[in-house]
Design a protein around this ligand. Structure first.
Ligand SMILES: [Zn+2]
Length: 430
């Protein structure tokens, strides 16, 4: 059913603009002092994202269906072919050419791994997406409520090297916000150093785009209550760094209990908000604790029956025995009433099957009427250098399904096209 403008759910797509060598897991292998000698690939990857968002500006577009993971959207068949065969091909702009030497590009097309001159990092030999040449085309009129607007949290170090990219982001209608300057974890430096980092990146970005920077995203979501105060003191109007998924060691914790809410945003003070990353909260109605036999999984129906007092008086009811000696796990002191699953984007988005991910996003939108998603430009780049020294778990997390990200992102936008795609600043203003 088409929703009216007033209750149309909002989706905030946010992009943390950093390059492949700046991720926290690679810091032991790629020290800050060597960043300047690394191949800068962020420019072409951000252009890929900007073009992808713009491709949804037309009301009439075509869809192509392959398998669950590779459904893509493009304006025409030629563009679809380009996306599939030459993922970097549609970015043959001046800037992308300068980032990607021609001999490396030729190597990609030969499908061989190659090694950059004088570099210990090998270029990954990625597979092309499956199904090329067997696509079934469908023409649909897909109407988007409005132009897609997103938020790019740009690292100051990157902005200094490619200021035109920052201007391009703004020119294409998206919000420019800050990802700090050096990508230091907020908790790894003292508050004075953090202040310097926050102010330096804010002033730099403001000088580049000529307007005020409102938002901040902490590297690896590394915030706490004290850090939030520092961010506010530096003149930011909102932070978007709280990730409630508790099993990631670097994610910070803040106490938002009792704070007034504006949609999914929390009002920290009159002029400062926290907009958390969206996660999927699952209640635990199906798990029962039985005093005699321990935990049991029962159907929802069984739980409903077991809590029905008339059933417990009926000796023929098969759920009766359980009902007398069981309590819902959600009421058991050692069991949380719900669990949070990481559903905000990044590596989890690349790992979770597409339709399962849709299911979770739909649940989040039903509950909150807003969803905040994050991604990095390097997550759309299957041809980035491979850091072979990194341990297996880090490599899996970083490189898993990179060749699918672009199509998955297109598909999710297409699937939730009834939503308003807004920047964080717009969300707070509405
Ligand atoms: Zn980052």
């Amino acid at each position: 059913m088409k929703q009216t403008n007033n209750n149309t759910p909002s989706i905030m797509i946010t992009i943390d603009v950093e390059d492949w060598f700046q991720v926290e897991n690679f810091k032991p292998y790629i020290p800050f002092s060597t960043w300047d000698s690394r191949e800068l690939r962020v420019e072409q990857n951000v252009h890929k994202l900007l073009d992808l968002f713009d491709s949804f500006s037309d009301n009439s577009i075509r869809t192509v269906e392959e398998d669950d993971e590779t459904q893509i959207v493009a304006k025409d068949k030629e563009k679809i072919d380009i996306y599939q065969l030459h993922p970097e091909g549609e970015q043959e702009t001046k800037s992308s050419k300068s980032c990607l030497p021609s001999e490396i590009r030729r190597s990609f097309h030969r499908g061989r791994s190659c090694q950059k001159k004088n570099s210990k990092f090998k270029i990954q030999n990625s597979k092309l997406p499956k199904g090329h040449g067997n696509s079934k085309f469908k023409t649909k009129n897909l109407k988007f409520p409005s132009r897609i607007k997103t938020t790019f949290f740009v690292l100051g170090w990157i902005a200094e090297r490619v200021p035109n990219l920052v201007r391009e982001i703004q020119k294409r209608g998206h919000e420019v916000a800050s990802h700090g300057y050096n990508h230091d974890l907020c908790g790894a430096i003292n508050h004075t150093e953090l202040k310097q980092d926050l102010i330096k990146s804010k002033q730099l970005l403001e000088a580049i785009i000529g307007s005020e920077i409102y938002g901040y995203r902490a590297p690896s979501f590394s915030i706490d209550d004290g850090i939030l105060k520092v961010i506010e003191d530096c003149g930011y109007k909102y932070d978007s760094s709280y990730n409630s998924f508790g099993l990631h060691g670097r994610y910070g914790k803040v106490n938002l209990n009792g704070q007034p809410q504006k949609g999914i945003a929390y009002k920290i003070s009159d002029s400062f908000y926290e907009i958390p990353i969206s996660n999927l909260k699952i209640k635990m109605p199906f798990l029962f604790y039985d005093r005699k036999t321990g935990f049991k999984v029962h159907s929802e129906e069984a739980e409903d029956n077991s809590t029905n007092q008339t059933n417990s008086k009926n000796p023929t009811n098969p759920t009766n025995t359980m009902a007398e000696s069981s309590i819902p796990a959600s009421q058991h002191p050692s069991i949380p009433a719900s669990i949070e699953l990481p559903w905000g984007g990044g590596g989890y988005f690349r790992l979770i099957p597409q339709k399962v991910f849709y299911f979770g996003v739909t649940k989040i939108l039903k509950r909150s009427e807003a969803y905040l998603f994050y991604l990095h430009p390097w997550e759309l780049d299957p041809f980035q250098p491979l850091v072979e020294q990194a341990k297996w778990s880090y490599r899996f997390r970083h490189y898993n399904n990179l060749h699918r990200t672009e199509n998955k992102l297109k598909s999710i936008i297409q699937n939730f096209r009834y939503c308003n795609f807004v920047s964080c600043r717009e969300y707070l203003r509405n």
